[in-house]
Design a protein around this ligand. Structure first.
Ligand SMILES: NC(=O)c1ccc[n+]([C@@H]2O[C@H](COP(=O)([O-])OP(=O)(O)OC[C@H]3O[C@@H](n4cnc5c(N)ncnc54)[C@H](O)[C@@H]3O)[C@@H](O)[C@H]2O)c1
Length: 437
């Protein structure tokens, strides 16, 4: 029986709801790489060990059934220190890899965590799916619109359980926020403001190119991105501010926060129009290519979502330097990771204040592990949602880059603008090949 992943998501949700498990749904798909894993250990490997990948793995390792079998990084300094940390924690050293493709050849790895820079996510995720691994992939799922589509297709084609690292989807206070918004108590919501004002994206001073540090395979770090010489200001962590590898605050924080805006407003498709303006106005000497200052309006039939990121000012509306404000006729709901509150308009509704438990990430990882065991494709943030949110972020950046209002047709995979179309799909540097599915 050939059951598509999208159908499977619907059916598995129904099966869960009715308590009926349909084993035939699993026919023909690889369940775990190692036969004992469903009842016993789950073999996990990490690609990209420095920052968020390591945080992700750490929340996997608190589960006794998780066994970290392998780590992969192009920087031996990072790799060796993470290997030592896992060994100290678990009394067992994982295998070390510089080439993730070699690691994926192992049959004992059930799931792969991808914590590399954004320009690598697509190839690594597609390859992991085709090798029969389940995948926990960091956000934004990809550095372009076409890569998002390839990743959705890969999850479907290979029937893999995929969780995107948009952990707010597993946060209780965010679920309560959505419930409150959807109750209608706020009245008619005409506007959702979303903002992120962080300094880290803004103060990049130029330094000369140099040779890569010892132990770094810089060609493999670049991977499908254009060839260039090493520069420390474009490397670990800082790559976010250069278009070949990332999309600035718009894709970094934007994906997390737009996810909550779209979820709250029940949006599952593209906006009618997007228009944006951006630059590096506050810090003109900033060498970042991405926008330190950016404003984007996403237009829908009867409301707008507005994104802002601002350099040099770590303050913001409602005393929060990042967050969302759902503006209804009865009041405004203001939210971020530190909680949410309802600010009534002229006492039309009651004030509400909800605190978080700061357990979003742990719960997100745990939910993925549960889905892997149950072969439940209904993860808290499936690849389809990661794709939606990443596309919104890319639309904002593209509109600002070409200084034009845009309409994107997600069915035809085209903008109403030929200059914008050039940003849909990156040209991969040989020998890397854009995945065809
Ligand atoms: N979910 C969240 O809250 C959250 C928070 C921070 C970062 N992130 C995401 O996590 C990802 C990583 O961000 P970061 O800040 O940790 O970046 P980073 O630069 O600190 O770490 C990336 C690591 O990947 C390694 N790497 C690069 N190319 C590789 C390859 N081909 N094979 C193996 N290793 C490779 C690098 O050497 C480095 O160790 C990004 O996509 C980012 O958006 C998510």
């Amino acid at each position: 029986m050939n059951i598509s992943r999208r159908n499977f998501i619907g059916r598995s949700a129904a099966a869960v709801a009715t308590g009926i498990v349909a084993p035939s749904l699993l026919n023909g798909q690889k369940i775990f790489a190692s036969p004992a894993a469903a009842n016993d250990k789950i073999g996990v490997a990490l690609i990209g060990c420095r920052g968020m990948g390591w945080s992700d793995l750490s929340d996997f390792l608190i589960h006794p059934e998780i066994e970290c079998l392998a780590l992969c990084d192009i920087d031996e300094n990072v790799l060796n220190s993470r290997l030592a940390e896992v060994e100290k924690w678990k009394n067992k050293k994982p295998a070390a890899y510089g080439d993730y493709r070699k690691m994926l050849e192992r049959n004992d790895i059930d799931a792969v965590i991808i914590g590399t820079p954004d320009h690598w996510h697509c190839l690594q995720m597609v390859d992991a799916c085709s090798a029969g691994k389940d995948v926990y992939v960091e956000k934004p799922i990809a550095n372009s619109i076409a890569e998002c589509d390839a990743m959705v297709a890969a999850a479907e084609k290979y029937n893999r359980v995929v969780q995107v690292g948009q952990q707010q989807r597993s946060g209780d206070h965010w679920h309560e926020m959505k419930k409150y918004i959807n109750s209608g108590k706020l009245g008619k919501i005409a506007q959702v403001d979303v903002w992120a004002n962080f300094n880290y994206a803004n103060i990049l001073h130029a330094v000369p190119d140099s040779s890569a540090p010892a132990g770094v395979d810089f060609d493999r770090w670049l991977g499908p991105a254009p060839l260039r010489t090493f520069n420390e200001k474009r490397f670990h962590g800082l790559w976010r501010m250069f278009w070949d590898y990332g999309g600035g605050l718009m894709t970094d924080w934007g994906v997390h926060l737009l996810d909550m805006a779209l979820w709250g407003m029940n949006v599952d498709g593209m906006p009618n129009r997007v228009f944006a303006s951006g630059g590096n106005f506050a810090y003109p000497d900033n060498i970042a290519e991405t926008f330190g200052d950016l404003s984007v309006i996403y237009e829908f039939d009867d409301f707008t979502i507005q994104w802002n990121n601002l350099a040099g000012t770590e303050t913001g509306p409602y005393g929060r330097n990042y967050g969302l404000a759902f503006k209804g006729t009865n009041g405004t709901l203001v939210a971020n990771r530190e909680g949410w509150e309802v600010l009534p308009d002229q006492n039309k509704i009651e004030s509400v204040s909800v605190q978080p438990d700061y357990e979003d990430h742990k719960k997100h990882v745990a939910q993925f592990i549960r889905c892997m065991k149950d072969r439940d494709m209904h993860t808290a943030c499936p690849i389809e949602n990661g794709s939606l949110c990443a596309k919104y972020a890319h639309l904002g950046n593209i509109s600002a880059r070409i200084k034009s209002e845009l309409v994107y047709d997600d069915g035809k995979k085209k903008f109403n603008n030929s200059s914008a179309n050039k940003f849909i799909r990156p040209t991969y540097r040989k020998p890397w090949i854009f995945p065809t599915l």
